[in-house]
Design a protein around this ligand. Structure first.
Ligand SMILES: Nc1ncnc2c1ncn2[C@@H]1O[C@H](COP(=O)(O)OP(=O)(O)OP(=O)(O)O)[C@@H](O)[C@H]1O
Length: 348
């Protein structure tokens, strides 16, 4: 459906997107995730046709739309776009807003599509209302319905939830995923919010400084991050230093770990490695003789997130997510057990 091959985008000869490649299959939802200024919107705009690429190719439905000497105009690319600063037309009611892009349809077809889409976005009775009388979340659902009305096979969404509060954002992201899957629409979302990305996308690309560091499922990004930036950006965790023994064992404050054969090859010659330890790798167990000291704690409702010092040394910290009835004070030593299924390590 969409394929980017080594694309670069530059403003005044200053590159902001550097050799980015990924593809989205038909019906798949992708997401570009990264900190502010990493180039997410520039990539989206290049796909929509609002920016030229300075290098690389973009193919849509198998057709080259952007390349060295090719720049198909946005209207010829037939992609739907929902921008961050979306605005409904204030002088049109909701139904008219949604029907706005339906050219060449009869009045009956338009009204049927409006009814169908309003039902899909969960707002069946608001066709006659105007934008100013709707909440932010309702307006965003109508904006989505408007973008979906002409049945684009690819929808680009640029931070569509940024004006909404966190709880509503995640709920809406899940709803929109359901709607896109129902319509069979492929989509690419841009966000800096990983929870939004997890709630909506099948595949997520993590960007930093114009470069795509990893394109993978949320599970892979969390459990198999490609580098330390991705490991730090996705989810929580700490890096624990370890000393490599005989190129195959790693001695850490949590004990001795055996490297796999590919890891032995990957880290041949290294002396110190950093092990990624996620909060769910450390299980709080009152019966364990292996103890760690509570450095800080954050109450999360069902859980408490503890920051623990191993061997009483604050230089060696891990996080532990414990059920919230396990209520321990700062400085207390609590039992822990390791539940590490696989080692993720980086050169220190
Ligand atoms: N029209 C422009 N002219 C010059 N520089 C631009 C232009 N648009 C974006 N930039 C710069 O390009 C870089 C990437 O911007 P972009 O908007 O693509 O990032 P982003 O990841 O979407 O950021 P945010 O999450 O803050 O929207 C930034 O340094 C930005 O200042």
């Amino acid at each position: 459906m969409l394929s980017l091959s080594n694309i670069c985008v530059a403003y005044d000869n200053k590159p902001v997107v550097n050799k980015v490649s990924f593809s989205i299959e038909s019906g798949e939802i992708g997401c570009l995730l990264g900190p502010s200024g990493c180039g997410k919107t520039s990539i989206l705009r290049a796909i929509a046709g609002f920016e030229p690429v300075s290098e690389g190719d973009i193919h849509l439905r198998g057709t080259l739309v952007a390349g060295a000497d090719i720049h198909a105009e946005p209207e010829r690319r037939k992609v739907g776009v929902v921008f961050q600063d979306f605005a409904l037309f204030p002088h049109l009611n909701v139904g008219q807003n949604i029907a706005f892009g339906l050219h060449g349809h009869s009045a009956l077809q338009k009204s049927q599509r409006v009814i169908e889409l309003l039902a899909l976005v969960g707002l069946p009775d608001i066709s006659e209302r105007f934008a100013h009388s709707l909440s932010g979340g309702q307006q965003q659902r109508v904006a989505l319905a408007r973008a979906l009305a002409p049945r684009p096979d690819l929808l680009l969404l640029d931070e569509p939830f940024s004006s909404l509060d966190a709880e509503l954002r995640e709920e809406l992201a899940q709803d929109i995923r359901r709607i896109l899957k129902h319509e069979g629409t492929s989509a690419l979302l841009v966000t800096h919010d990983q929870h939004e990305a997890f709630a909506m996308a099948d595949a997520i690309g993590v960007l930093k400084g114009g470069q795509l560091l990893q394109w993978a499922s949320a599970y892979q990004l969390y459990h198999r991050p490609a580098d330390k930036f991705v490991a730090g950006f996705i989810g929580q965790g700490t890096l624990l230093p370890g000393t490599l023994i005989d190129n195959s064992m790693l001695q850490t404050e949590l004990g001795l770990f055996q490297l796999t054969a590919p890891q032995v090859t990957q880290f041949a010659g290294a002396k110190i490695l950093d092990v990624l330890v996620r909060p769910d790798d450390i299980v709080h167990d009152d019966s364990s003789t292996n103890v760690a000291m509570v450095l800080s704690r954050a109450f999360k409702g069902a859980h408490i997130l503890y920051e623990l010092a191993l061997n009483d040394d604050p230089a060696f910290r891990v996080l532990c997510l414990a059920p919230s009835h396990h209520d321990h004070e700062l400085g207390e030593r609590i039992g822990i057990r390791l539940d590490l299924k696989h080692l993720v390590m980086f050169n220190a």
